[in-house]
Design a protein around this ligand. Structure first.
Ligand SMILES: Nc1ncnc2c1ncn2[C@@H]1O[C@H](COP(=O)(O)OP(=O)(O)O)[C@@H](O)[C@H]1O
Ligand SMILES: [Mg+2]
Length: 247
């Protein structure tokens, strides 16, 4: 079982859009996938029309295997299950910071479904916290959507610095460009500069800015389910391919 996180310390960059579409894309190729939503806003579950379990509180997530597995829901798609988030997940950090070995707790919780899934995708909330440190430790790969603008570049650098300071394995970090607008000179220039600065940390994949992705909220489904010919689907499939090659 491999664990892939969609993470950025910045909000609104496409973590959830990526999690949802990659989860669907990997399941399409026959992998058994669990999409685990760690963001209390619960957007991933919303996109898959899955209601959250109120019984899975922040403490039980990490300590009660039965409650954890009972909270997993099927989706409308073959090979794809969802663990929807609920508002209690906003207290993950408070709970984890009180626990011994807090950074290995997430790995332990996910190990309870080892054997049932080939890939677990983690849709992460946007911060650097005890929870994100657990994610960094647990994930085999960390997909980081980067909008090619100055602020996002800075956020990506901050993440790399954090990994360097904590002696975390940078090779887990796989950046890619998100919401790319071909007409914007700044996007092209920033992307080129970032690729040159971090050739090993940034995949040669760009998810375009696409109205079809925004429409996921209306259809409540991954893009491939209602607009299979969208360039966004090709980009997400390329991301799935890159991931499969690395894991
Ligand atoms: N490639 C894209 N093109 C157009 N809109 C996008 C794209 N990716 C995400 N969005 C939209 O931007 C908003 C934030 O995306 P989301 O995936 O929820 O970000 P995050 O999870 O990082 O906060 C959502 O409304 C989503 O529909
Ligand atoms: Mg999100």
């Amino acid at each position: 079982m491999k664990i892939v996180a969609c993470y950025s310390n910045k909000g609104g960059v496409g973590k959830t859009a990526t999690s949802v579409n990659i989860a669907h894309g990997l399941a399409k190729t026959g992998k058994r996938v669990l999409l685990c939503d760690l963001d209390p806003q619960g957007a991933s579950g919303f996109y898959f029309r899955v209601k959250p379990s109120k019984k899975l509180t922040e403490d039980r997530f990490f300590t009660d295997v039965k409650r954890f597995t009972d909270a997993i829901r099927g989706s409308d798609f073959e090979n794809l299950d969802i663990l929807p988030a609920n508002m209690a997940f906003r207290d993950f950090d408070v709970f984890l910071s009180r626990m011994k070995n807090s950074r290995s707790r997430l790995k332990k919780a996910l190990a309870s479904v080892d054997g049932d899934y080939d890939v677990i995708l983690l849709d992460c909330p946007p911060n650097i916290s005890v929870l994100s440190e657990s994610v960094f430790k647990t994930a085999d790969a960390i997909l980081v959507p980067v909008i090619p603008t100055t602020l996002s570049e800075r956020t990506f650098e901050q993440l790399l610095e954090f990994f360097a300071e904590r002696d975390l394995p940078k090779k887990k970090i796989l950046g890619f460009f998100s919401m790319v607008q071909g007409t914007k000179k700044l996007h092209a220039e920033t992307a080129a500069a970032m690729r040159a600065a971090h050739p090993k940390r940034i995949l040669d994949i760009s998810v375009p800015f696409a109205t079809d992705i925004e429409k996921m909220g209306v259809h409540r489904a991954p893009v491939a389910a209602f607009a299979p010919g969208s360039p966004a689907v090709a980009a997400y499939d390329a991301l799935c391919g890159a991931l499969a090659g690395r894991l």
